[in-house]
Structure formats: structure tokens, C-alpha cells
Design a protein around this ligand. Structure first.
Ligand SMILES: Cc1ncc(COP(=O)(O)O)c(C=O)c1O
Length: 462
């Protein structure tokens, strides 16, 4: 007997929304149906998704940043097949993994000032580990994080979340966590000067809103950490592995964090994995005696599939020169979008580095447009971006996302493999949709009206 997964998928895929509404997250199904994102993709290859009619979509969301190499990259796939076809002694536990040793060695080549690696199963797990490591290493309790930060949703990571919507309703969080505004060195210094702070954790470029650090912010923050005996943790879960054109985004500002967190892209888009890169003395404070050899860890961490996915990812990053591609293509897109500021009054700002790009919209000057904007904002702050994201998918088959709740920024997080032809597609589509948004009355603002009415109906029906 064997399980025919392909047949199972073919037979049942049409029921996916019904199954999810019944057994999983019904609210997610409602969201997808409301904004018309229930496309029922059948296939994914590289930077593209395909629906039932084999229509091609360009994916600029990359599963929230995991498909750096695109979907189903042949090298990753082949490495995983080799693991499956091998008789490697996976997860013996009372032994150590050869592949984990090699992956650690290769990761540290990219970050030579760090000496040790701890593997985990997800981004949030690396955050949890880093908090424990920082507390153990410094003997202090406090953690400083930034407003609008996103480090994951487990309790430790949630305690560092700069957004009320994620925290509300989940009770008390980890004590000792202090929020400071991003880019505010004076506030950081005030927080650190208590001398109770184990670590400052920061995304070099904040994922929510694609908020850039001011020049000098990260290096001065690192100096402040040194001055006050606080560790500097760089959360590179989204920015890392070359997304911004350098292996770490921190390299753009020439800083050497004490702890670096990686995940997402390292998975090759196939096997969840996370890595904490750290200084040896920090690691040694945690694992300081033989009876504490397993004082932190997780059953599935370092499994052979995850390690092979990580190794294959690094191999492809190099062989296909994907960091260079991210830098070049990202530069082209940034220049194009920046050129829209001024030409389209709704486009307020364009930010990013490499293939992490945010396009921010804001209140227009002209009166008719302003009236429509205000109506939408009053009904639901941040709704405007859906009016861009929806036609991008419906009319131009481009999958994008709004960069957070109540946010006016659309985020592009494409696979690193996108081509100039894909950029032509992106530029033409955004230009058309953004130009349409400047026409009142017009299809986009009618869509806004429909969304407001649907939301009101949904609220009324509970
Ligand atoms: C910067 C950052 N840190 C941490 C996380 C959490 O990762 P995970 O969802 O794998 O727990 C994310 C996920 O989006 C992230 O973007």
C-alpha cells in the first residue's frame, strides 16, 4: 500500500476552502473570498504560480519571504530526494548530525565574526533561543525592542511585537520587555542606561512597512549596546541570506551584531529551519557544563531534511549569483517606483534595499481624490492598499501584500530569481493600477465602495 498524494490533491483540491472553513481558520477563508484571493492555485514553479486554467501569476509575496530561490528549485528538490533515498542516521539525538556541522560551518563563512550556531525549526524559535541566550550570557532580564517590530508570535517573540493587534487578548507577556521607537537613539540610550537590559533586538529593515534605519542608527545603537553591556541581536529572518543584496542587511551599515537570526530563505522553500549565529562566549554561557548540554533545544532541530535544504540553498545562492541579482533587479525596481513619486500624487514614498521594497501611499492633494481617500480611511484605515493589491492580482496576475495592519505600504518580497522580463511585467502592471487609482470616479474607487459595504454587512452578520 502506498499513499498517492498527487491523486489525493487532484481529487480534493477543489474543496480546499470548504475544508478550511470547516476544520481550520474560517476567518482566513472569508478574507480570501472577500478580496478575491481564492484563486485555488494548482502549481508553483520558480517565481510563478498557476491556477486551474494554467494561467501564470507572478508571486511577489514569496510565502512571506521563504521562496528566495523560487518554488521547487531543482537543486533543493534533488538534495531532499537524496536525503529521502539515503539511510542517513537522522535525529539519533544521542549523537550529532554531520550535515548540521557542515551547514553551521558554511553559514559562519558568511558571518566570520561569529563562531557558533544553534539550529531551530522556525523564525520565532530562533527569537526564543536568542532571548534565553542573552539572559543567560548577561545575567540580566530586560529586552529592548522597537515599535512596529515583528519577531514572530510565540510568547517570547510576541512580547517583542510592536503592534497591539497581535498582542491583544493573549494575556500577560514575558516581563522585562521594553519598547522604544525605531530610529530613536535617545530613547534607546534611556532604556539601556538602566543596566538591566540583556539585549536589544532589531530588524535592520523593519518588515512591517519596510521601514529603513536612518544612516548611523544601527552603528550608534551597537555602540550604545557596547557601552551599557547589552547584546545586539539582529533579526535577519526576513532580510538575511541576500535579500537586500548582501548576505546580511547589517553589512550595508558595516555592523557586527552579537547574535544574528536567520530562517525563511534558508529553508529553500521546503523545510522549516532557523539558525541562531552567535559569539562563542555567549553560547558557552548557555551550554556551560556537561549536565547542561541539552538545556536548550528542540526535537526536530538539525533534522537532515532541514540541513540539506539549507545547504542546497547556500549552494544555489552562489552558483546562480542570486545576491547579485537581488541587488541589480532590486535597484531597477526601486528606481522605477521612486520615479512614480510626484508623477502619481497618491504615491508618497518608496523604500527598501534589494528585493525588499515598500511603496507607500498617502492622502492626495486634489479635492475629488482627497474626498474619496478620506471616505475610505474613515471606514477602514489602510483599506486603500487593498484597492491596489486586488486589481494587481485580478487584472495583472501579480500577487502582493499590504505590509501590515492599518498600513499604507505595499510590500514586494520577490524571489531572488526574478528576471528583467518579470520587472517589465511588474512595472507595467503597477503603472496601470496606480494610474487607475487616480481616476475618480473609476473602477478602483467603486471597488473601495463595495469593500466598505461588504465589511459593514460582515460586521452586521457577526
Ligand atoms: C523579521 C521576522 N522575525 C521573525 C519572524 C517569525 O518567523 P516565523 O513565522 O517563522 O516564526 C518573521 C516572520 O515573518 C519575521 O519577518
Amino acid at each position: 500500500m502506498s499513499l498517492d498524494v498527487e491523486r489525493l490533491f487532484a481529487e480534493r483540491e477543489a474543496e480546499r476552502y470548504a475544508l478550511h472553513a470547516r476544520y481550520l481558520n474560517e476567518q482566513m477563508v472569508r478574507v480570501l473570498k472577500t478580496i478575491g484571493f481564492d484563486q485555488a492555485y494548482r502549481r508553483g514553479q520558480g517565481q510563478y504560480l498557476y491556477d486551474r486554467d494554467n494561467r501564470q501569476y507572478l508571486d511577489l509575496l514569496s510565502g512571506w519571504g521563504v521562496f528566495a530561490l523560487g518554488r521547487n528549485h531543482p537543486v533543493v528538490r534533488d538534495s531532499l530526494k537524496q536525503v529521502l533515498d539515503s539511510d542517513f542516521p537522522n535525529l539519533v539525538q544521542m549523537d550529532v548530525s554531520a550535515l548540521a556541522g557542515v551547514l553551521a560551518e558554511r553559514l559562519l563563512r558568511y558571518v566570520p565574526h561569529l563562531e557558533k550556531v544553534f539550529f531551530a525549526n522556525s523564525g520565532a524559535e530562533t527569537v526564543e533561543a536568542s532571548l534565553k541566550f542573552a539572559r543567560a550570557a548577561t545575567g540580566r532580564d530586560g529586552i529592548v525592542y522597537c515599535d512596529h517590530a515583528y519577531h514572530g508570535l510565540t510568547y517570547g517573540a510576541l512580547s517583542l511585537n510592536g503592534d497591539e493587534i497581535f498582542r491583544k487578548g493573549f494575556g500577560s507577556l514575558v516581563p522585562g520587555c521594553v519598547e522604544v521607537p525605531f530610529n530613536d537613539l535617545a530613547a534607546l540610550e534611556r532604556a539601556l542606561s538602566s543596566k538591566k537590559i540583556a539585549a536589544f533586538i532589531v530588524e535592520p529593515i523593519q518588515g512591517k512597512g519596510v521601514t529603513m534605519p536612518e544612516d548611523g542608527y544601527l552603528s550608534s545603537a551597537l555602540d550604545l549596546c557596547r557601552k551599557h553591556g547589552t547584546l545586539f541581536i539582529a533579526d535577519e529572518i526576513q532580510t538575511g541570506l541576500g535579500r537586500t543584496g548582501r548576505f546580511l542587511a547589517c553589512e550595508h551599515w558595516g555592523i557586527e551584531p552579537d547574535i544574528v537570526l536567520l530562517s525563511k530563505s534558508l529553508s529553500g522553500g521546503h523545510v522549516p529551519v532557523g539558525a541562531v549565529l552567535t559569539r562563542k562566549w555567549i553560547f558557552d554561557k548557555v551550554f556551560d557544563r556537561m549536565d547542561r548540554a541539552v538545556v536548550h533545544g528542540s526535537t526536530f532541530a538539525k533534522n537532515d531534511m532541514a540541513m540539506a535544504a539549507g545547504l542546497a540553498t547556500l549552494e544555489v545562492l552562489e552558483s546562480e549569483k542570486l545576491m547579485q541579482n537581488a541587488e541589480r533587479i532590486g535597484g531597477r525596481l526601486l528606481a522605477t517606483f521612486t520615479g512614480m513619486i510626484g508623477r502619481h500624487e497618491l504615491v508618497k514614498d518608496v523604500r527598501g534595499k534589494g528585493l525588499m521594497i515598500g511603496i507607500e501611499f498617502g492622502s492626495p492633494r486634489s479635492l475629488t481624490l482627497k474626498a474619496s481617500w478620506n471616505l475610505l480611511e474613515t471606514a477602514n484605515s489602510g483599506l486603500f492598499c487593498q484597492l491596489i493589491v486586488i486589481p494587481l492580482l485580478k487584472d495583472h496576475r501579480i500577487l502582493t501584500q499590504v505590509a501590515g495592519h492599518g498600513n499604507h505600504t505595499i510590500k514586494l518580497l520577490p524571489p531572488f530569481i526574478i528576471t528583467d522580463a518579470d520587472c517589465d511585467w511588474i512595472e507595467k502592471s503597477f503603472e496601470a493600477v496606480i494610474a487607475d487609482a487616480h481616476r475618480v470616479p473609476g473602477a478602483i474607487w467603486s471597488l473601495g465602495k463595495t469593500l466598505i459595504e461588504n465589511a459593514a454587512k460582515a460586521r452586521a452578520s457577526g
